[in-house]
Design a protein around this ligand. Structure first.
Ligand SMILES: Cc1cc2nc3c(=O)[nH]c(=O)nc-3n(C[C@H](O)[C@H](O)[C@H](O)COP(=O)(O)OP(=O)(O)OC[C@H]3O[C@@H](n4cnc5c(N)ncnc54)[C@H](O)[C@@H]3O)c2cc1C
Length: 324
């Protein structure tokens, strides 16, 4: 793959998605790379079903709907999405930067905006699920409809596990939660809600085996409990054991990094020319890590990039409300 864009946005979380809109608004071509298979960053990975109450203009918005709106907002500018791809290395070229992706592809960009949040997510593995990813075991539930009428086993005891339980309960034939401890990490209110719905919560238990039917499709899960093994029907297992997040290769990009965040100035510029950062990954005194903050930083970064790429350009983009 050979791709050349004005701005490569590393991270398709809320900040990166809004930056894509702004890049388009400034007449810049853009691509977004994200190691997750879906856009939306932490919102998609960790709390798509949760309501968010502190995004300007939305008294309450479901995580999933916020991401959908951001994708729609950027769509007129036709961003290139490189999902499921990791940005590995950055090197300067005569007229910009090359970003090397896993698998060996190179994206040439005139500027790079790093919106990598808390880093690349790696789901904590479910040992018994080895080899089952994509064959009935998932770490995310991008579409609830895909599980309509299924028996689903959710593994985990935190907020995300219970969020999936509550979201899947109305559509699935059955939902069972398996947790290896007696106590849950999740908020008491959602545990109570799940109990109130009659969701079986199997505690002090571990998923020992995933079993396939004659066609090779997942059909049941063997759970070891204090009272012996229990077989639970399952066409889907949601392994909601949390994620580890790591800036990984970005730590070697020659940027100034402190406490897993990239130091930026008031234009969102980093220590390297034509490399900017915004959102959770960007650090400066007084930084508050919120979606709203990331949106403002995305606008600041992209407008400054527009000037860096064309010194004749105005920093102020004009008001979008004046655009036909
Ligand atoms: C449970 C929970 C609830 C929250 N609730 C709220 C709330 O109510 N209000 C609020 O304002 N904030 C909330 N937050 C925080 C909010 O989600 C973050 O501030 C926001 O997601 C930051 O957006 P971002 O785009 O900067 O980074 P992220 O959302 O972290 O996205 C960064 C993306 O970059 C990708 N990435 C990283 N490194 C690479 C690489 N090398 N190559 C390719 N891709 C890479 C990652 O895969 C990720 O998708 C919450 C967070 C959590 C965990």
């Amino acid at each position: 793959m050979e791709l050349s864009v004005d701005v490569l946005i590393v991270g398709a979380g809320p900040t990166g998605l809004f930056a894509a809109y702004y890049a388009g608004f400034r007449g810049l071509s853009m691509a977004l790379v994200d190691s997750l298979p879906e856009a939306g960053g932490q919102v998609t990975a960790m709390y798509p079903e949760k309501m968010i109450y502190d995004v300007g203009g939305f008294p309450a918005v479901r995580g999933r709907d916020l991401v959908k709106g951001l994708v729609e907002q950027a769509a007129p500018w036709q961003p290139t999405y490189l999902l499921g791809r990791k940005a590995e290395a950055l090197r300067e070229t005569g007229d910009g930067l090359d970003v090397l992706l896993d698998g060996g592809d190179v994206v040439h960009a005139r500027a790079v905006l790093v919106t990598a949040g808390i880093g690349e997510f790696t789901p904590r593995p479910l040992p018994a699920g080895d080899g089952w990813l994509g064959r009935g075991m998932v770490h995310f539930v991008p579409s609830l409809d895909a599980h309509a009428g299924q028996d689903v086993v959710v593994v985990g005891g935190g907020d995300s596990a219970f969020d999936w339980v509550l979201a899947l309960h109305p559509v699935a034939a059955s939902v069972t939660l398996v947790h290896r401890r007696a106590k849950f990490r999740a908020a008491e209110s959602i545990v109570r809600e799940a109990r109130g719905l009659g969701v079986p919560l199997i505690t002090d238990a571990e998923v020992a085996e995933l079993r396939a039917d004659a066609s090779g499709a997942l059909c049941e899960v063997v759970v070891t409990t204090k009272d012996g093994p229990q077989v639970v029907p399952a066409q889907t297992v949601v392994a909601a054991l949390g994620f580890t997040a790591d800036l990984g290769p970005i730590e070697n990009w020659g940027l100034e990094i402190d406490h897993r965040a990239i130091t930026v100035d008031s234009t969102m510029a980093t220590a390297r020319p034509r490399v900017y950062a915004a959102g959770d990954v960007a650090a400066y005194p007084g930084k508050v890590k919120l979606i709203a903050t990331g949106f403002g930083e995305a606008a600041t970064a992209v407008n400054n990039i527009a000037v860096a790429l064309d010194p004749q350009a105005h920093l102020f983009p004009g008001h979008s409300s004046n655009v036909e």
